[in-house]
Design a protein around this ligand. Structure first.
Ligand code: AMP
Ligand code: MG
Length: 492
């Protein structure tokens, strides 16, 4: 018979206390909303078959494919700073792993597939709204070139779930380099299970950091690798105006991908204090707090690894502290290089960091739209009168007026011409991001009217974020005052 999923499962071969073996709970009436055909092909799956009734049943968890591992992974985590020793996949099931066309191992997971031994009080289900949000934002992130989990499919279950409102139930098929989190290490470390921490570290090295296996101190190299990838990832978020919203340690991927799109959102008006999540009362996960929070999460990981770093605990702590000290340098290097590219700088000069910091400060002071301001600045690279268009994006342009001549002087001193600079800037400053009001509108149409048109259209636009799409101009616009969405919900 045909093997529809060429599974090659490695996590399920780890010790039994790493997961629970559990099958998805069948659902009433699966209906495919969206299949990511290019992604299916990259995974070596047949999109036509996934689109068939049998494929859709699998994507809804109504039947298990041949060779599936079907496990719920165990993990712990710090949620808003509080340690919870057992979380785990309460509404997700790892079907298994496949090797994609690039030779990379990928998890295929159903999210919203029913109760598991980790469900606690939850129903194991996902509501349509959050499933569509994750689909849209994760695919937008991928198109923006930011490491992220992907969305392979969204299906309706034909059942209702009860949240703050009654919503259609849905299942998201999530694809990830792996679903191993900082919280996975914490699960075993908190139990004092050193052998499990070591087995997990060995698995992660083999799977995500093979170069660490060759190092003199492989576990130290592992920690360095995770820190570097997280520093780069958060820098990328900061360059694009992304706010994750729930940077708990269980939502922090060891592979360095953006994972768990809950109350996430992109900022419109630039303000480092921006918070969208309805449950983030203290602003712990505000836009500007993301770098220190990432370091906080990595410190929790380092604590788990201390026994592997040295037989002597004090020595292990000292080693960990030294490596954690490298986070800031790595983050700053990636972030400042990214900002310089956004400003169209081809060369490096001593006061470039000041130039970009002053631009951000002017945007914050002038309440300018983060995405549009950078995009319009790209046009000013070719035509200085376009600086007037940029200026018009500021409520209060005073600081921008001081800054603009400095930028002109800095870029015109470089030999590259305006067209080259504009092209380079357009390649890093997107025209289209998943603006909150557009995401909400797509969700509302689907949930309230069973109309998936806006969802499909939004996805189409976001697939090419850097290219001008004149027919979809309006998607580049910030919200009108009455369209502004100030709060997002994780909806779990
Ligand atoms: P999240 O907020 O999605 O990161 O989830 C945090 C924890 O709550 C994880 O252990 C989830 O598996 C669990 N969880 C979230 N929603 C549900 C649900 N509807 N049913 C069962 N467990 C859930
Ligand atoms: Mg989570």
């Amino acid at each position: 018979m045909t093997v529809h999923f060429p599974f090659d499962n490695s996590y399920a071969a780890l010790p039994e206390n790493f997961f629970a073996r559990v099958a998805p709970t069948p659902v009433a009436a699966p209906r495919l909303i969206k299949l990511n055909r290019p992604l299916a092909e990259r995974l070596g799956l047949d999109p036509d078959w996934l689109d068939s009734p049998e494929g859709t049943e699998i994507l809804a968890g109504a039947r298990l494919p041949e060779g599936a591992a079907s496990i719920a992974m165990a993990y712990a985590g710090h949620q808003f700073g509080q340690f919870v020793p057992q979380l785990g996949d309460g509404r997700a099931i790892l079907l298994g792993e496949v090797i994609d066309q690039d030779g990379v191992r990928r998890d295929i997971q159903l999210k919203g597939s029913g109760r598991t031994p980790f469900s606690r009080m939850g129903d194991g289900r996902a509501a349509l709204g959050p499933v569509l949000r994750e689909y849209i934002v994760s695919e937008a992130m991928a198109a923006l070139g930011i490491p992220t989990t992907r969305s392979l499919a969204a299906v309706l279950t034909g059942e209702r779930v009860v949240r703050d409102q009654i919503q259609p139930g849905a299942v998201l098929t999530r694809v990830a380099s792996s679903h191993i989190r900082v919280g996975t290490f914490q699960f075993f470390a908190a139990r004092g299970d050193r052998e499990a921490v070591r087995a997990l570290a060995d698995h992660v090295i083999a799977r995500h950091y093979p170069e660490a296996a060759q190092a003199d101190a492989p576990y130290l190299a592992l920690l360095e690798g995770v820190i570097a990838r997280q520093a780069d990832l958060i820098a990328r978020w900061m360059m694009i105006g992304f706010i994750h919203g729930v940077m708990n340690t269980d939502n922090c991927s060891i592979a360095g991908e953006t994972i768990d799109y809950g109350p996430c959102a992109f900022m419109d008006t630039f303000d480092p204090k921006t918070v969208f999540s309805s449950i983030d009362h203290m602003g712990r996960y505000a836009f500007g707090n993301q770098p220190p929070i990432a370091l906080w999460n990595l410190t929790r990981l380092a604590e788990c690894l201390v026994p592997l770093l040295s037989a002597d605990e004090d020595k292990g702590v000292e080693i960990a502290q030294t490596v954690l000290g490298g986070f800031a340098e790595r983050f700053n290097a990636t972030y400042l290089a990214g900002l310089a590219a956004k400003l169209g700088l081809f060369t490096t000069q001593a006061d470039d960091a000041q130039l970009s910091q002053d631009f951000l400060a002017a945007m914050a002071k002038g309440r300018a739209d983060f995405t549009l301001t950078f995009r319009r600045l790209s046009d000013a690279a070719i035509d200085p009168t376009e600086l007037g268009t940029v200026r018009a994006l500021f409520d209060d342009p005073a600081a921008f007026d001081d800054w603009a001549p400095r930028w002109r002087q800095r870029v015109t001193a470089e030999p590259q011409d305006g067209a080259a600079r504009q092209a380079a800037m357009r390649a890093v400053n997107p025209a289209y991001i998943p603006r909150n009001h557009r995401v909400e509108a797509a969700i509302r149409a689907a949930v309230d009217k069973d109309d998936f048109g806006p969802f499909h259209e939004l996805l189409t636009v976001l697939t090419n974020p850097f290219r001008e799409q004149p027919e979809f101009d309006r998607y580049a616009d910030p919200p009108q005052p009455h369209e502004r969405v100030l709060e997002t919900f994780c909806g779990t």
